[in-house]
Design a protein around this ligand. Structure first.
Ligand SMILES: [Zn+2]
Length: 280
């Protein structure tokens, strides 16, 4: 039977648990709803999680532990609609990879992976979508194959825009996205860049992937979580995407992956709207 009343449940004996204060093993536990604020001062949201609370019957000390912290962190990840630490770990482990191997294949830094798995840092939207794509069957293998076929072009360039003289990079930093997007003034020389033996796509390839998907920079940015300014700069060649984002773009060039993201985006914006309505 479902327990629907709001009264706290009864205390039960916590096995193999010692009081965090006096060390006694006469500890009881129950689940309580913990409410906490998340966000900046300007925009705070109240979140909650069901956490185990412990009470020592010897010294009356009451406390929560790392399990409670973990459950609160999970509540934040669910609110942000990103993978929880456990989901990141499960993704890596189900691929049978150590953090080092997972990093080597995906291009994501080892430190970032362990921080996401430990819950000391939450991945941004673009990285989270990249992880979601890696959970889709065959995508991890596609990235492995890409490493083996490093000289094979990712897309055929059909975009007829010629190479223009590069604009000094210092000037590019101050231009608006509309300016960057409006005219292809600044394609840098299309040199093939490699990072640690891995080929990174040229600005034209990045641009071609987006054009093949019929997206403007703003639309593409919204769906993929990649900042519009970053996209512009990668396409203009004033900045070079790192290997993780390069692989992410590569996956988006494969059939169905972008569609998968569009559906994920639709789902998350629907629940966002619902949450906003509820909190009004
Ligand atoms: Zn105690």
């Amino acid at each position: 039977m479902k327990n629907t009343d709001k009264k706290p449940k009864n205390w039960t004996i916590a096995r193999n648990k010692q009081c965090a204060l006096c060390g006694s093993d006469k500890v009881q536990t129950r689940h309580e709803t913990k409410f906490f604020n998340y966000g900046t001062l300007e925009k705070q949201t109240e979140l909650h999680a069901e956490v185990p609370v412990y009470k020592c019957t010897e010294c009356n000390f009451m406390y929560t532990d790392h399990e409670g912290d973990r459950l609160c962190h999970d509540a934040i990840c669910k609110f942000l609609q990103v993978f929880t630490p456990n989901e990141v770990r499960t993704l890596r482990k189900s691929a049978g990879l150590t953090i080092k191997e997972f990093s080597k294949t995906t291009g994501i830094g080892q430190a970032s992976i362990s921080r996401w798995e430990n819950g000391t840092l939450i991945q941004n939207k673009a990285m989270d979508f990249y992880l979601r794509l890696l959970r889709v069957l065959n995508n991890l293998q596609a990235i492995r194959n890409r490493i083996d076929n490093t000289n094979k072009p990712v897309v055929n360039i059909t975009d007829k825009i010629p190479n223009f003289e590069p604009v000094p990079i210092a000037r590019l930093h101050y231009q608006s996205i509309d300016w960057l997007q409006s005219e292809q003034k600044t394609f840098a020389p299309q040199k093939i860049k490699t990072v640690g033996g891995h080929k990174i796509m040229t600005p034209k390839e990045v641009r071609q992937i987006r054009l093949n998907l019929n997206q403007t920079i703003r639309e593409f940015s919204k769906i993929t979580g990649i900042g519009a300014a970053s996209l512009c700069r990668w396409e203009q060649g004033s900045h070079i995407q790192n290997r993780a984002m390069d692989n992410y773009l590569f996956l988006l060039s494969l059939p169905n992956n972008f569609k998968f993201l569009v559906n994920t985006y639709k789902e998350t914006s629907l629940t966002n709207q619902k949450n906003e309505r509820l909190s009004e």
